[in-house]
Design a protein around this ligand. Structure first.
Ligand SMILES: Cc1ncc(C[n+]2csc(CCOP(=O)(O)OP(=O)(O)O)c2C)c(N)n1
Ligand SMILES: [Mg+2]
Length: 812
């Protein structure tokens, strides 16, 4: 690609690799092409807004006013690079050739097809961009041969943690031997380019990422599109000194200290922007130094989005300034002043852009509407034949006519009619035809909206073959933490692309020494300390996993997962879903929790976690061998998962397996720890040891409990083994350490609702959870906060008392 630097009227032109003279004709052609992209993008915004206001699309958020800096950024963006940005970047996506006008409108309409809307198959509102890292089978494409954009999310600054990981991947590929993979990197030369609005820099995630990238010295260029507003709220309410580059000055590197390169550029000044991005790119790519690019004096010609108008909060002076300093207007002025084009030439480009956009918009609308109209026609034919034979002919024909009259039908219109008519003909002969049609239609359409919450590739967790831990003739007993450490040792040896990072993970080998000595063995890129910043530890993991590495992000304690939960929920859990299977981040999140001491070291907020993390597997091993088996299994799969080790299990003795790194705990499979005939007790994690104690005592009373370890909360008991146990015992108790109605409610819903266990129950299915408050400190605090062996004994006893009062007289 041709590069050039223009200093006012004096032009200096350079090639990317070698400086070379560029003919004026080539130079002019490139500038004119940029102008064409800018005006085309603007026309999309203008027409897009109209499509919403006339009701064809639901909501619009566009990139008008931000076009010119994006052209400059696109020039510096190379194959293999990644973008992690936000909803203003349509011009950039067009400039790198990853968004056509027709695709822009398909996204606006919500066309539920990847062919039509490659960004999200209609799942996200328009303006949320993505490229395809995976082929249709979920296998990696060669990411070094294409321009990449990680999939956008709407929560402001939510793109920042991932950006850090995307940049760090280059650092790893450049510095860690054995990670070379031509699909993912060429010597770590790739830059991760971030974009964010000025107001969104107020978010904690922005500052956390900025600091972390400075510490890690990764090739990241973060552009702040500064239009002085965040919807209606002016910069004076957002940013100290109203300038992000001003307040981040302390991050500027100098001769003695590492840090950032901070560059500022006016958002309407095309030559200044092109030069600035070329410089930023060079610094980040060659030196692996992060760059903050503050692009100021930007505008928002149509206001924030299609809901609301900016005249409500911008005064006349501001509006007038925005008109004058519209970046496209300024670019045009500069071109004319420098004799790069005549008025006529530019007008011709503008006219052509209007024609192109109008035509592509029409094509997008037809592509979206035609299949629905076709479905409607077919359905109406069926409906009319049903009406002809029906006692309710008049009503059905009315429905049919109303449906036929809808000018711009959607699939809901068709199904609403179909399902209402079914009720009318439930006793007629044609009922089965219609019910079959509805079922098959839903079956056909539903995947467009529900596929790919989890991986559908041949590397998903279903494809893993379980493998038992094997032991020698006289297996050594070791502390749990040694089992898990030796297993990590085996895993890092087996997978050069695997790494772990988190607070205290490196030097001391984690707070429980489950990684002891591994930094010395595998180096500090692979076994690494991180700052106290859970959200960006998660982001490092997401970004690196999206670029083919196998990170294990450690969150020191389960109680602190909350800091990372938003990113896990909004970004990681939705990634496969929001790209309809075209991006993945097989990240393993390691943490430890449940019972220990005090409010923030013994929480077990599992209900919250499970509900927030649909799209991530949630595994709760009861000991370190089981945990190690989960890590071994997950390394073979391509899915994200959270593994929660038992905080009180590191010093408990377990037998040392011989097939470290290889044995695999099956995911979604329960284990029966004790068979029994009177009641099924279902639980997981640390609580199981207490249940086992209670079960012994119950047996002395003549009550024989069956104990089942769920092991994997998400997915849950794929073989439906629990209901088989309930069919035998006819009684069910779910025990856990979460609040009442937390994970126990979820487990009950799975067993009663999904597995239909209610058919087999002779007693009320019951739960025993912790108290509603956070767990108090100390042994008594634990005893009075969480289910104890006595609580479990008495709960089971009470259930048995109700069934057999003579045999088990009331305790209280
Ligand atoms: C976490 C979160 N809070 C609030 C919103 C609603 N919201 C969407 S955009 C926006 C303003 C963002 O302004 P800025 O970052 O300056 O970007 P601009 O739209 O001006 O380009 C807000 C408050 C959101 N999407 N996410
Ligand atoms: Mg703004």
């Amino acid at each position: 690609m041709i590069k050039f630097v223009i200093r006012t009227t004096h032009l200096v032109m350079t090639g990317t690799e070698t400086k070379q003279a560029l003919s004026f004709t080539d130079f002019k052609a490139e500038v004119l092409n940029d102008y064409k992209t800018a005006v085309t993008s603007r026309e999309c915004s203008l027409l897009g807004r109209r499509e919403v206001l006339t009701g064809k699309a639901k909501f619009g958020i566009f990139g008008d006013g931000k076009e010119v800096p994006q052209l400059a950024m696109a020039k510096a963006f190379k194959n293999g690079d990644f973008r992690s940005g936000y909803y203003r970047d349509q011009t950039f996506m067009m400039a790198i050739g990853q968004l056509t006008i027709q695709q822009f409108f398909a996204g606006l309409y919500g066309h539920a097809s990847l062919e039509a809307d490659p960004m999200s198959a209609g799942r996200q509102m328009g303006g949320h961009f993505a490229t395809h890292s995976l082929d249709e089978n979920g296998n990696w494409k060669n990411l070094t041969q294409q321009k990449n954009s990680s999939a956008d999310i709407s929560p402001t600054a939510g793109q920042m943690p991932r950006l850090l990981g995307l940049a760090q991947a280059s650092k790893i590929y450049r510095n860690v031997s054995g990670t070379n993979n031509p699909n993912f990197s060429v010597n770590g030369n790739e830059i991760a380019w971030g974009t964010i609005g000025n107001a969104s820099t107020s978010e904690g995630l922005f500052f956390e990422t900025i600091n972390a990238a400075g510490v890690l010295q990764v090739p990241m260029v973060i552009s702040v599109w500064d239009d002085e507003y965040g919807i209606s709220v002016h910069a004076r309410h957002q940013t100290t000194k109203e300038s992000i580059s001003e307040i981040l000055k302390g991050f500027q590197r100098d001769e003695n200290t590492k840090g950032y390169e901070i560059i500022t550029a006016k958002g309407w000044d095309y030559p200044e922007l092109v030069a600035a991005y070329e410089r930023a790119s060079h610094i980040a790519r060659t030196e692996h130094v992060p760059v903050l690019m503050h692009v100021y004096q930007l505008t928002q010609p149509q206001g924030h989005s299609t809901s609301g108008s900016h005249e409500r909060y911008k005064n006349a002076d501001r509006l007038q300034w925005e008109g004058e300093f519209d970046c496209i207007g300024q670019m045009k002025k500069w071109m004319l002043e420098n004799n790069l084009a005549s008025d006529d030439e530019l007008e011709a480009i503008e006219k052509q852009a209007k024609v192109d956009v109008l035509e592509a918009k029409k094509a997008a609308w037809s592509a979206y509407q035609d299949p629905i109209k076709q479905d409607r026609t077919e359905f109406i034919t069926l409906l009319n034949s049903i009406a002809a034979q029906s006692d309710n002919k008049v009503f059905i024909e009315k429905y049919s006519n109303e449906l036929a009259a809808i000018k711009e039908p959607i699939r809901k219109d068709i199904l609403v009619v179909a399902r209402k008519v079914l009720r009318l003909i439930v006793k007629e002969a044609s009922k089965s035809t219609l019910s079959a049609w509805i079922t098959s239609y839903i079956q056909k359409i539903q995947p467009s909206y529900s596929s790919h919450l989890y991986s559908q590739s041949d590397k998903n967790i279903d494809s893993i073959t379980a493998e038992e831990a094997q032991y020698g003739d006289t297996p050594a007993e070791a502390d749990g933490r040694v089992i898990i450490r030796n297993n990590f040792d085996a895993l890092f040896t087996k997978y050069p692309e695997a790494m772990v990072f988190g607070e205290d993970c490196g030097g001391i080998g984690d707070v429980n020494q489950g990684l002891e000595g591994l930094q010395e063995k595998f180096g500090d890129f692979r076994v690494c300390d991180a700052g106290i910043r859970e959200a960006t530890i998660l982001g490092q993991g997401i970004g690196m996993a999206m670029r083919g590495l196998r990170p294990i992000a450690e969150i020191q304690y389960l109680d602190y997962l909350l800091y990372a939960l938003q990113i896990m929920s909004d970004d990681l859990a939705t990634l496969q879903y929001r790209t309809a299977g075209r991006q993945k981040a097989p990240l393993i999140i390691r943490t430890r929790g449940h019972r220990l001491e005090g409010i923030w070291h013994s929480g077990s907020p599992m209900g919250m976690i499970i509900n927030a993390l649909k799209g991530i597997h949630v595994l709760v091993p009861r000991n370190m061998t089981k945990a190690a088996g989960f890590y071994n299994a997950l390394m073979e799969a391509d899915e994200p998962a959270l593994v929660i080790e038992c905080l009180n299990g590191y010093r408990l003795k377990e037998k040392m397996p011989v097939n470290l790194g290889d044995f695999k705990t099956p995911i979604g499979v329960v284990e029966t720890l004790k068979t029994g005939k009177d009641i099924t007790i279902v639980s997981y994690g640390s609580t199981l040891r207490i249940i086992e104690q209670a079960a012994k005592e119950l047996l002395e009373t003549g009550i024989d409990a069956e104990i089942i370890d769920v092991q994997s909360l998400q997915p849950f008991d794929l073989n439906h083994d629990i209901v088989k146990s309930v069919a035998k015992t006819n009684r069910l108790l779910v025990v856990d350490e979460d609040v009442p109605g937390g994970a126990s409610a979820y487990i009950l819903q799975q067993i009663i609702d999904v597995q239909d266990a209610y058919k087999h129950l002779d007693s009320k299915p019951d739960t025993l959870a912790a108290k509603e408050h956070r767990p108090a400190y100390g042994t008594d605090g634990d005893y009075f906060s969480k289910p104890s062996a006595e609580d479990i004994y008495e709960k089971v006893y009470a259930i048995m008392h109700e069934a057999k009062p003579n045999e088990y007289p009331q305790l209280y």
